[in-house]
Unconditional design. Structure first.
Length: 607
């Protein structure tokens, strides 16, 4: 949700660092982009509408500059147009902002009363004007930042240049992420680590109530009393290549191809030879009587799969809530509730707010998080890291898969502690788990099969996904994947509920993707598939090898996808792969911008 980069160095590199950094932050938004650089002692601002490539085309590459800030925008206040693009400049202050200033209207009114005129529709310009006004009054930059912090409400990460001090960058944040990265004779600011990985792997995390002053040789961070703080220097431990496409046409495809590796890295943290290791390596889950899973988007869909597994096999009630709903409703959590926050970025504003609410209500909290040291990871009582590595494609694939695996491991842990897994089952389960990377690879290798099914679907305006239980949870993720990158209206429905209204939308050749992997209710779902088939639907049937043997007749579908049968805890991890690849192939046939679908952003740090 908006990306920020900053550079200050002895070299005159700022243009290329800002552009390269912004390119790797485009997953945070790409409505417009802009930079402000030191151009021979004056601040030069260049902006453009659309993505970073548009901005790059506008730049004179020959300009040398030793300091600058850059921004890629996901519009919140004011439409995506040139005037609303960042950086914003008022008086002596030029800045870029990620987040939302909630009280900007009130502040704007009082600044207007004092004579400030506004050129844009953004909340950011108001923060900029406020900073200018206070700086004029105090002539002290740290004090200005502190006073501005006290006056603005909402979330923000701000990178600032003061016109009378073009040797330093200034920064502050609350609830939107910001790191300071450390190079040799040059230092950087960024919303996220991928932006600086090609320059350095050393960084520090800026916290709320901290203020940073950064130049080529020094980074100084101050607390709210202006006392200098010694910050811990972190080293990024992932591979630099993960942040690159590695020859794949799209990040989404590359990330699907990472899935076998991600699954292995995720389970190997906890479990290799026996289930006892799982209990030793995870926080103690035995003491909780009920679980709330809270998340947004695909992470919420992972939660729905987790609910099916935990309730069915560990016999514990689970509620799955959308974080944006949970944060404003009554939740009945108490000290025997475990609230699990699932988030790839660990920064999603609603999920972060839900975490804080759960803590207030005395529930224990556990984050299932991908980005190390992100806000949710730091604030939750405990954290389990999915090992998906950097995910760039806006539509999540590998991070979702690792979330599903982590919830399956929690279900196994609980089921084992409750005595619901025999030693024979334990042996099978471990064997099945170790086969997963190979089975996922074999599904990915069937890409052409899914591409030819995509040809049957891509010209439609509506697609329906149906299933029951865990297959319904997968249908919801399959539909989301398809709609977000192909812009086809896709709707997931509980198969048994179709007859209460939605079946009226089925007509000749309406595409229906029907998922049947749960043996216990397969018959029932197949009856529902027959109901839509009888009304002309064009049915793609997705099932497992073992069910395929049982339901060999082909009178209720037009084509089928058979996925390997695996342990009940892991089946979802295989079944989702064709749905991810199908969405990818459909979007490709339609010529859409797969990695950066319109109107979306990957890290949603606004409410
Ligand atoms: C956005 C992304 C989704 C993601 C959701 C939650 O909508 O496009 O892919 O599932 O945010 O993000 P999180 O980082 O909390 O998992």
């Amino acid at each position: 949700m908006c990306g920020i980069v900053g550079y200050v160095g002895k070299n005159q590199n700022s243009l290329s660092v800002l552009i390269e950094g912004l390119k790797s932050l485009e997953y945070r938004g790409y409505d417009s982009a802009g930079i402000a650089i030191n151009n021979q002692g004056r601040i030069k601002i260049i902006k453009s509408v659309g993505n970073i490539a548009n901005l790059e085309r506008k730049l004179d590459k020959k300009i040398l500059s030793n300091l600058g800030i850059g921004h890629t925008r996901w519009a919140t206040h004011g439409k995506p147009c040139l005037k609303n693009a960042h950086p914003h400049q008022v008086g002596k202050v030029t800045l870029v902002h990620n987040g939302i200033i909630e009280n900007y209207e009130k502040l704007k009114k009082s600044l207007q009363d004092e004579g400030y005129k506004f050129k844009t529709d953004t909340d950011t310009e108001v923060a900029c004007a406020l900073m200018d006004k206070i700086y004029k009054e105090t002539n002290d930059k740290l004090l200005t930042m502190q006073k501005v912090k006290e006056m603005i409400e909402g979330s923000y990460a701000l990178a600032i240049i003061f016109a009378d001090d073009i040797k330093n960058l200034y920064a502050m944040r609350k609830d939107s992420p910001l790191i300071i990265a450390l190079g040799k004779d040059e230092n950087y600011l960024a919303s996220d680590v991928p932006a600086i990985l090609q320059f350095t792997d050393k960084y520090i995390l800026l916290e709320k109530n901290e203020y940073a002053i950064i130049n080529a040789l020094n980074v100084k961070v101050y607390d709210n009393n202006f006392k200098e703080i010694k910050k811990q220097i972190l080293t990024y431990e992932g591979s630099r290549e993960v942040a690159m496409k590695n020859g794949y046409e799209h990040f989404m495809l590359k990330e699907i191809n990472d899935e076998p590796m991600v699954i292995k890295a995720t389970y190997e943290q906890f479990i290799n030879k026996n289930l006892k290791e799982l209990i030793d390596n995870m926080p103690d889950l035995a003491k909780y009587n009920n679980i709330d899973i809270v998340a947004c988007g695909s992470a919420y869909h992972a939660g729905l799969v987790g609910k099916s597994l935990i309730e069915e096999y560990a016999n514990i009630p689970v509620k799955v809530e959308l974080a944006s709903e949970y944060r404003y409703k009554k939740n009945f959590g108490n000290d025997s509730t475990l609230t699990i926050l699932v988030s790839q970025s660990g920064e999603t504003a609603d999920t972060l707010a839900a975490l804080r609410k759960a803590k207030k209500e005395k529930s224990a909290t556990l984050g299932i998080i991908n980005v190390v040291s992100s806000s949710i990871a730091r604030e939750a009582d405990n954290v389990l890291y999915t090992k998906a590595g950097a995910e760039i494609s806006v539509a999540t694939t590998k991070a979702y898969l690792s979330q599903v695996l982590m919830l399956a491991l929690i279900a196994i842990n609980k089921a084992f502690v409750n005595g619901n897994i025999s030693s024979k089952e334990e042996k099978d389960l471990l064997e099945d788990m170790q086969k997963l990377p190979q089975e996922i690879t074999s599904l990915i290798n069937r890409k052409d099969e899914f591409a030819s099914i995509a040809k049957q679907i891509y010209h439609n305006n509506d697609v329906f996904f149906i299933g029951r239980g865990i297959d319904y949870a997968l249908s919801r993720e399959g539909a989301l994947k398809l709609k977000e990158i192909s812009y086809i209206h896709a709707e997931a429905y509980a198969a048994g509920e179709l007859k209460h209204g939605t079946i009226s939308l089925i007509e000749n050749k309406t595409p229906v993707i029907a998922i049947v992997t749960d043996e216990t209710i397969a018959e029932k779902t197949i009856s529902n598939i027959k109901e839509v088939k009888a009304r002309g639907a064009d049915v793609t049937f997705i099932t497992t090898e073992s069910l395929n043997k049982k339901y060999a007749q082909s009178d209720f579908y037009d084509r089928k996808i058979v996925v390997p049968s695996t342990n009940k805890f892991f089946q979802a991890l295989l079944t989702i792969i064709p749905l991810q690849l199908l969405a990818y192939e459909v979007a490709k046939l339609r010529g859409e911008n797969i990695d950066k679908p319109r109107n979306l952003a990957k890290s949603v740090t606004v409410e």
